[in-house]
Structures are given as C-alpha cells and as structure tokens.
Design a protein around this ligand. Structure first.
Ligand code: AMP
Ligand code: MG
Length: 319
C-alpha cells in the first residue's frame, strides 16, 4: 500500500511517501516526530530548547535532550573539520539579515561590531558530554540549526518508518532527501538536482542511487534581490556576508542525512577544493556546481568533471 503525507515544519514543505502494510500509521508517527524535533530545535520558537540555551547565555549551562545533544555534537565536529566554515552559533548574524522574514542588508558597521564581539564562533558552544548540557558563555550568543536540523529529522523519520517495517520510502524534508529500500517501479531511485539558475523543477543533474541521503545547499534555496544583487542565506562566518566561494550548489550523498546536511553547508562556504576534500575525508560523495556552470562529481577516492551534454546521470557507489 503506497501512502504519502505532506506537512509544513522546520520552516519548509515536507513530503514523505512510503510503501508498506502499515504505511499510513508510519507516516503519521513520522510527521509527529518531525514536529516534536521542530519544537526542540527551532530558533523562532521562544519555548524551544535552543531558545532556552540562548536565554541562559552567560548565566548557566542548560541540560538538553538526547536529540539536541546529538545534533550539537555533530555540528561541533563539522565546525572543527571545516575550520569554522560551518557554525551553528551564527544566530545573532542570521537575525541581522532577517532571513525567512522581511530580509534586510546589515550595514558594514553592524557586521563588524558583531564579527569582532566574540559572540560568534563554534568555540563559543560548550558541550558537557557527561552532564549532557550546552552552554554559551557570552550574553547575546545564540544558536541557528537551519544548516543541520533537517538532516537529523530525516534520519529520525527513517528510523520511525523502519520501526513500522515499511518496504520503501522517499523522505523529502524541504529538499533534504533520504531514501529507504527501492522504489516500487524500478530497482534504483532517480533524484534530480535542481539547476540553481533555472526555474524550480529544471534539473542540472540526475542521480541514480540506492538507499541513502542526498542534501543540497545552493544559492537558489533561500535568497532575496536588492538593487539587482542576489543575497543568499548561506553565510561566511568570517565576513558575515553571503558566502562567495565560486559555487552555486553543493549536493552531498551520505548514509547519514545529519552529516550530509552539515557537510553541504560547510562545503558551500569552503569552495570547490577545500569543500570536496572535507566531504571526501568524511567518506561521503558529492555533486558540485560552480559559478562557471561546471559540474563536478566526487567520491571518497576522486573527483571528476562532468562533460557537457544532455543531463548526465551519476551512479552513487551505494546504488
Ligand atoms: P543549508 O540550506 O542546509 O545549507 O542551511 C542554510 C541555513 O543554515 C541558513 O538558512 C542558516 O539558518 C544557517 N546557516 C547559514 N550559514 C551557515 C553556516 N556558515 N554554518 C552553519 N549554518 C549556517
Ligand atoms: Mg545543511
């Protein structure tokens, strides 16, 4: 029995399709789990765990749930591995830009006051593994899990669906894809990667893959235009500005959607060479589209440029 569910959570549209005898119940439970995680990880909810950590910045460490601790630990790991390109302490900065609301361009003075204030930087996030607490030592610090929370939620959806023994599923949390089993109609999944410069639904690349996660960070996902200039939502922690690393889109393939989500954001900030090196060091694969329109595919052992021609297909090693 094939079933699907569509709902809004984590600031985005989510759609999950599943095949199995108890698919209906599995999907209801999976959506409830995503909403539960949103309640814990949303920077926009006053009552979320991460808002609580921000309210206690400079005051006291806050005990956090197993879910949040797992995400914060992975965030810290990818922050260290990326030399700070990935950084969940950017909330005071994303607040200045108002992404997701009525966007604005912060002026240089505001940005330099913030970037030199010491309130940004992953080293500001202190995790205590034994007590399972998180602490931001300076008042005015905050957390933004926009670059990683959907990945964890997708992994959790897979766990919930498998507990209901679904045969196959396609999990799509705002473009964060995770596949389970094989699709009903053929032996592998076909996942389109959006052409970042074309209208939605026009693909630059088609992946043919087995089970696993496909996560894209790109200039076209969230952006606004002012006086002819585009401003996208992936920020360079060093400058406080939208990252300009010569890339339009980074897609990461990994069994863990949590890791793929953090890696795609980090690699987008780092650029082609350092970004691909980081992804490879975590044993993941990637499709990268540069500002010049070149497409590169990378797996843990190499990188190659896709030659021009009709929309290419890339067979992930897991296929
Ligand atoms: P993604 O689409 O997964 O690449 O995540 C982008 C979102 O992550 C943004 O909307 C911000 O909420 C947040 N973000 C922006 N820049 C960074 C960064 N350098 N490191 C971590 N999170 C970021
Ligand atoms: Mg991400």
């Amino acid at each position: 029995m094939e079933r699907s569910i569509h709902f809004f959570a984590l600031g985005t549209e989510n759609r999950i399709c599943a095949v199995g005898k108890r698919a209906g119940r599995a999907l209801t439970a999976a959506a409830a789990r995503v909403l539960e995680l949103e309640g814990c990880m949303s920077a926009f909810r006053e009552t979320s765990e991460i808002s609580d950590i921000a309210h206690h910045a400079g005051i006291a460490p806050v005990p956090v749930s197993e879910d949040l601790f797992t995400v914060l630990k992975k965030a810290r790991e990818i922050s260290e591995a990326s030399g700070g390109a990935f950084d969940v302490t950017l909330r005071p900065l994303t607040k200045l830009w108002h992404f997701g609301a009525e966007e604005r361009i912060p002026d240089n003075r505001e940005l330099s006051i913030l970037t030199t204030s010491g309130r940004l930087g992953y080293r500001q996030l202190l995790l205590d593994e034994r007590k399972k607490t998180a602490y931001l030592p300076l008042p005015g610090c905050g957390l933004d899990l926009g670059g990683i929370a959907k990945g964890y939620a997708a992994d959790e959806v897979r766990r919930v669906l498998l507990s209901y023994h679904v045969e196959s599923a396609l999990i799509n949390l705002g473009g964060n894809i995770l596949t389970v089993g094989k699709p009903p109609e053929r032996g592998y999944w076909k996942i389109g990667i959006q052409n970042p410069l074309a209208p939605r639904g026009i693909h630059a690349f088609i992946l043919e893959m087995g089970t696993g996660s496909v996560v894209t960070s790109a200039v076209n996902e969230r952006f606004f235009v002012r006086q002819g200039k585009r401003y996208h939502h992936i920020l360079n922690p060093e400058t406080g500005q939208p990252a300009e690393s010569g890339l339009l889109s980074v897609t990461v393939l990994d069994d863990s959607s949590l890791q793929a989500d953090a890696l795609s954001t980090a690699a987008f900030v780092l650029g082609l060479d350092a970004g691909v090196r980081l992804i490879q060091s975590m044993q993941a694969s990637a499709v990268v589209i540069t500002s010049a329109g070149e497409i590169y595919t990378a797996c843990p052992t190499g990188i190659s440029q896709v030659s021009a021609g009709p929309t290419p297909a890339f067979r992930h090693p897991a296929a």
